[in-house]
Design a protein around this ligand. Structure first.
Ligand SMILES: [Zn+2]
Length: 107
């Protein structure tokens, strides 16, 4: 699922003041819950390497408004693992049109 908005929905309002990628991971019900936010890194360069997590999703990293791949990942969360469901949320900011795209992947 992909949602476009004018303002960040997951990253904090002051995200541009943060370092490019901050690890804010914690736990969710005793399960490790990787979570990152920041002023943004290209998805392919993200330390969590979401493109390597699963071959079941195609992580395009494209702007939902203009289709540009000139985006930065400003939020990522992931929960799941082998034998369980997986749930990843990405937020991208487009460097061409300035819109925010939230992508949610579930399986
Ligand atoms: Zn765009």
């Amino acid at each position: 699922m992909r949602t476009v908005s004018e303002h960040p929905r997951h990253a904090p309002a002051h995200y541009t003041a943060l370092p490019p990628c901050v690890d804010i991971s914690g736990q969710s019900g005793g399960i490790p819950f990787p979570e990152y936010t920041g002023s943004g890194v290209p998805l392919a360069a993200h330390p969590f390497a979401p493109h390597k997590i699963t071959s079941r999703w195609t992580l395009e990293g494209r702007c939902g408004a203009c289709g540009s791949d000139h985006t930065l990942c400003i939020y990522l969360s992931y929960i799941g693992g082998v034998g369980t469901g997986q749930d990843m949320t990405l937020e991208l900011v487009c460097q061409d049109c300035g819109k925010y795209t939230v992508e949610t992947y579930l399986d």
